[in-house]
Design a protein around this ligand. Structure first.
Ligand SMILES: *Cc1c(COP(=O)(O)O)cnc(C)c1O
Length: 500
């Protein structure tokens, strides 16, 4: 009996292919590949592997033809929505420009075969790169120095908070509060709370910016730092940043910048010039590592001079033309990561920065702004955009008016999949009801932006005239609307079924 490699199901009038398990395609004795006759003497496996490591039962492996293996995994790989196949306007955490060539560079043998336990003399090449990379990002951000140890943005925040605490303790005082605007990413209050700080939330004003008067009311000698995102999570530039810095510095508190939105400033403005004392970057957002790919990230942390002594140990120093780890740093908060961070991500970012240069950097910043404003303008007659007349690299729309038709933001997000687009970020930031946070990135062409705008406009029409089609969307994906909680808690791996 012929076994089809996938089941065909109909959802509405769309045909869906459900890939079968590779075990279901197994046929006893079938082999994908046969080895040539062995021309050296064959030893029994018991002589090669200690008995305790040997299996007692034969492994249950699928027996399939070579081409079926290739097709099975190729088809599975195509079930994934990816930035290499389609537009991905996921605000705040976007897949920005990730040139493949940088992936190639970070995989060079010389890097890939390095071992973290090799001694310093053998690692001068990579130490050179790390040292130079620290300097380049310091220049881009206008900071004095960087540590490359943090493994992610939130890790950078946490270390920034430890440094803030160390700074105040060194001055002989215990500061207990961190001020955070209500538009902040959830990791900000979480990182500060993990360091034992109390969080003071300041409300945004009608323009979606930090309310200066509210900030003044909350600032006092208990405040260790203000954590802010600029451009903020509404995609708006905090234009009063110099005033904010002054208010914070008046009580000798620190100004922390969540640099996840650095894309918008690249080559145009430098946080250091705005009075920022500490910031983290997300290399896996802004600097050529795909975000959300499941792989490691990196959240380098930059500081001004007065905070440099507190940076995590060890630090790389250059003496007489060679590089060394410096470990005797009495005020350091200590080590925060085994070895020296996620090196592969850093190499990718280094290759990227060298290849685009400062001219290219500015064009990235400018293109990100132009693309976001273009898209914003295109859809602004159709959907409410509560804050700002212009945006930076992203903007936040609200679909709350569609509630009267029973349509939720989630329905719109799901329907976009049928039009071939990944959904924007939804329900974040929290200060916008039914938020749809859109970030087109610097890479997309005008045609793609036009198509996306048209899809949004069509879906908004459907919401009025044919709400049912949104309620049941998506119709064209391998699986339709999932119960997201159940899907995470009780994933249906279909393995049990296959084994019967
Ligand atoms: C992504 C993001 C973070 C957290 O960064 P991770 O690298 O995911 O830990 C913090 N703040 C903002 C604004 C972000 O977009």
């Amino acid at each position: 009996m012929a076994i089809r490699p996938y089941e065909i199901q109909w959802q509405g009038n769309c045909q869906i292919m459900l890939e079968k398990l590779i075990f279901e395609k197994s046929s006893p004795g079938r082999m994908a590949y046969s080895l040539p006759e062995c021309d050296v003497s064959v030893k029994p496996i018991e002589e090669l592997i200690p008995e305790r490591f040997l299996r007692t039962e034969t492994a249950e492996l699928p027996e399939v033809a070579e081409i079926d293996v290739v097709r099975h995994f190729t088809r599975l790989s195509q079930l994934n929505y990816s930035v290499d196949t389609n537009f991905y306007p996921l605000g705040s955490c976007t897949m920005k420009y990730n040139p493949k060539v940088n992936e190639d560079v970070s995989g060079y043998d010389g890097f890939a075969n390095l071992h973290p336990y090799q001694n310093q003399e053998q690692c001068q090449g990579i130490l050179h790169i790390l040292y130079e990379f620290e300097k380049i990002v310091a220049e881009i951000c206008g900071m004095d120095t960087f540590t490359l140890q943090p493994a992610a943005g939130a890790h950078g925040e946490f270390i920034g908070m430890l440094i803030s605490r160390a700074y105040h303790l060194k001055k002989g005082r215990k500061r207990i509060k961190i001020i955070i605007p209500d538009s902040a990413h959830g990791t900000n209050p979480a990182s500060a709370a993990m360091c034992g700080f109390n969080i003071v939330e300041v409300k945004s004003n009608k323009q979606g910016l930090i309310d200066i008067e509210e900030l003044k009311r909350n600032i006092d000698n208990d405040v260790a730092a203000l954590m802010l995102t600029n451009p903020n999570t509404l995609g708006l530039f905090e234009k009063d940043i110099l005033k904010i810095a002054e208010i914070v510095h008046d009580v000798d508190a620190l100004l922390y910048l969540d640099g996840a939105n650095m894309d918008a400033l690249l080559g145009i403005a430098r946080p250091g010039d705005m009075g920022i004392d500490i910031l983290h970057l997300n290399l896996h957002k802004t600097f050529s590592t795909p975000h959300g790919g499941g792989g490691p990230g990196a959240g380098p942390l930059g500081v001004v001079k007065k905070l440099a002594p507190f940076l995590p140990a060890p630090r790389i120093v250059k003496k007489h033309g060679s590089y060394k780890w410096q470990c005797d740093l009495p005020d350091s908060i200590g080590r925060v990561k085994p070895f020296y961070g996620n090196i592969g991500v850093i190499i990718r970012a280094y290759a990227y920065l060298l290849s685009i240069g400062s001219e290219g950097l500015r064009r990235i910043g400018e293109s990100a702004l132009i693309n976001a404003n273009y898209l914003r303008k295109k859809i602004s007659d159709y959907v409410e955009i509560p804050y700002g007349k212009k945006c930076m690299h992203e903007f936040v729309a609200s679909t709350r008016k569609l509630k009267t038709n029973g349509i939720t933001t989630l329905d719109i997000a799901k329907r976009l999949l049928d039009y071939g687009f990944h959904s924007p970020t939804i329900y974040f930031p929290l200060i916008v009801e039914d938020a749809l946070m859109i970030e087109p990135t610097e890479t997309e062409t005008k045609e793609t932006l036009d198509e996306f705008a048209e899809a949004i406009i069509k879906i908004l029409e459907e919401a009025k005239n044919n709400p049912e089609i949104l309620k049941n969307a998506p119709h064209t994906t391998p699986v339709s609307r999932l119960d997201e909680v159940q899907a995470a808690r009780k994933p249906n791996l279909r393995w049990q079924k296959a084994r019967g």
